[in-house]
Write a protein that binds this ligand. Structure first.
Ligand code: XMP
Length: 532
């Protein structure tokens, strides 16, 4: 399939570049920036984008293989990607005295070398005079390499857009993939369609057919085990496996850690039954997890305990199945999971949190032996949801909000106890139920469907209140609800205050242990979505 290759040098927004292109119907594949490039890897590639990076080119920052400059394909450098191209071509990059961060006005330059046809085709995506770009850089091009022409400057006078006067090489200092960048989509589209001559060949429907064939080929008649977490991704992965492979050869294992949402295990079982799964294995290990967490209140320690115990339980349960030694392990890993845990395309991406679903030794061992199938690893969350629908999963399952691997343990602040877990589970269920009942202003959808992720958190502190005529010293629940495209960044969901007040009342009425409710109004960054 024709595609644009995105070389990832570790920017937090690399995933967005791919996303934007796919939204336009162009298949984009993200690979590590330093990946070996050959004619074979570049088969079907119509253009290459070099991503941004937290590194600096003059400080040993990552570099692409020189072949990229010899292969004759159009190149678009974004931020660090542009700086890389400039330095690799003999130009200079230096540190800025004052960083350019956020919205910056960019002015197109008049005059200079008249653009060639391909340059004009690219520049067609830009406004004629000025626009508001989204910058995030501490380095700048201080001398353009031979052949490059300056086409636009930032308000502080630094190069913002350059083109090459012989080759189809282009560069922008800002991030067209960021939603806040004016004309960002037009700029990416002009590279993809006007320069690279891409066609709109990508759609989830087409991917579904290809994925079924690919999974069949990868499985090659072997037994496949999928670890189901209860979330959308593993459920869709399960649906895909069950469509592609014989049901008898497909094993689905679910570990109930006791840290699940209310009714979660039952819902998983119901969905798997609807998918006609034959080999479903459920391990109920709630007591083990609760015991292991006793007296532990440090967030990373809690995550580690859960991650390690999960692996122990998983290995014991898998051993019980007596699967053939060469069985394949399937995972519903998304591209964004890989990025957030630093396991993604580039080793340059920074580790944010340890996600045990990516790091387990069982997974690592299987990966080493080439016995792993991750059919969703090229997809974004919304594409996974669309794929789930195509595979026949009801909205009830595909529209579920994401849920972290360590479950409610990272939503009970401090030590996890049965009492706190039960109170939180109830409060969370009331919150979610209310969101499913309430609709957005124009009535077009429920609040639940309008929100990327919503949940309740139980704080360590207790607070005084009155219940009836009695003084009450209850728990405090914090509500979190965010709007986001993929969880990488998030905005606070702007509730109508009456909804919040009524939801708060519903929670304190239903959960006697909770005496007070607050709403978390932080965005990501600087706060993360989860509290721990
Ligand atoms: P943060 O809290 O890092 O969350 O802003 C981003 C997204 O990732 C989810 N999350 C996890 N998912 N295992 C997972 O599978 C984890 O350990 C984990 N921690 C956070 C979080 O719910 C949000 O959707």
């Amino acid at each position: 399939m024709e595609k644009i290759l995105v070389l990832d040098f570790g920017s937090q927004t690399t995933a967005l570049i791919g996303r934007r292109l796919r939204e336009m119907g162009v298949f984009a594949e993200i690979k590590p920036g330093e990946v070996e490039l050959s004619q074979d890897v570049l088969k079907d590639v119509l253009g290459i984008i070099l991503s941004g990076s937290p590194a600096s080119v003059y400080n040993g920052g990552p570099a692409p293989r020189p072949f990229i400059y010899e292969c004759g394909l159009p190149l678009l450098g974004i931020c660090y990607g542009l700086q890389r191209m400039n330095v690799d071509s003999g130009g200079l990059v230096e540190r800025l005295k004052n960083v350019e961060y956020g919205a910056v006005e960019v002015s197109m330059e008049d005059g200079g070398e008249p653009p060639r046809i391909a340059e004009s085709a690219f520049l067609n995506g830009f406004p004629k005079k000025t626009f508001r770009a989204w910058m995030s850089h501490a380095d700048t091009l201080s001398r353009l390499a031979d052949g490059f022409t300056l086409r636009a400057k930032s308000a502080s006078g630094f190069p913002a857009v350059v083109t090459h006067n012989k080759k189809n090489w282009f560069g922008v200092q800002f991030h067209p993939e960021a939603t806040h960048c004016e004309c960002g989509n037009d700029i990416l589209a002009s590279f993809a369609f006007n320069v690279c001559k891409c066609n709109k060949t990508w759609s989830v429907e087409k991917y579904a057919d290809e994925a079924v064939e690919l999974v069949k080929k990868q499985a090659g008649g072997k037994t496949v085990l999928l670890l189901i977490s209860g979330g959308v991704d593993s459920m869709v992965c399960g649906a895909l496996l069950l469509k592609a492979l014989p049901n008898e050869k497909t094993h689905l294992m679910y570990i109930d850690t006791g840290l699940m949402r209310k009714g979660e295990t039952e819902e998983v079982l119901e969905a798997l039954a609807l998918l006609n799964a034959k080999n479903t294995h459920i391990a109920r290990a709630g007591d083990l997890f609760l015991n292991a967490l006793k007296g532990k209140s440090d967030p990373e320690e809690k995550r580690k305990i859960i991650g390690d115990l999960f692996i122990t339980v998983q290995e014991a349960e898998v051993a019980k199945l007596k699967l053939p030694g060469d069985y394949l392990l399937a995972q519903g890993t998304l591209y964004t999971d890989m990025i957030e845990s630093g396991k993604g395309c580039g080793k340059n991406a920074r580790v944010i949190k340890s996600h045990h679903n990516v790091a387990s030794p069982l997974v690592a061992a299987k990966r080493e032996k080439g016995l792993i199938i991750e059919p969703l690893s090229a997809l974004y969350k919304d594409e996974v949801r669309a794929l789930g629908r195509i595979l026949g999963l009801a909205d009830k399952y595909v529209m579920r909000h994401p849920f972290p691997g360590p479950g409610l343990a990272v939503r009970v602040m401090g030590e996890v106890t049965k009492e706190k877990l039960d109170a939180l589970r109830e409060a969370d269920a009331v919150f979610i139920n209310e969101l499913k009942k309430r609709r957005v202003k124009d009535g077009s959808k429920t609040l639940y469907d309008d929100i990327w992720q919503a949940f309740a958190v139980l704080l360590k502190e207790r607070s005084v209140g009155v219940a009836g005529d009695e003084r009450k010293y209850g728990f405090v629940a914090a509500l979190r609800a965010v709007a986001s495209a993929d969880g990488m960044s998030a905005d606070v969901y702007p509730f109508n205050i009456n909804d919040l007040i009524e939801i708060s009342t519903a929670i304190t009425n239903a959960v006697k242990e909770i005496g007070r409710v607050t709403y978390d109004v932080s965005s990501k960054p600087p706060a993360s979505i989860e509290w721990e």
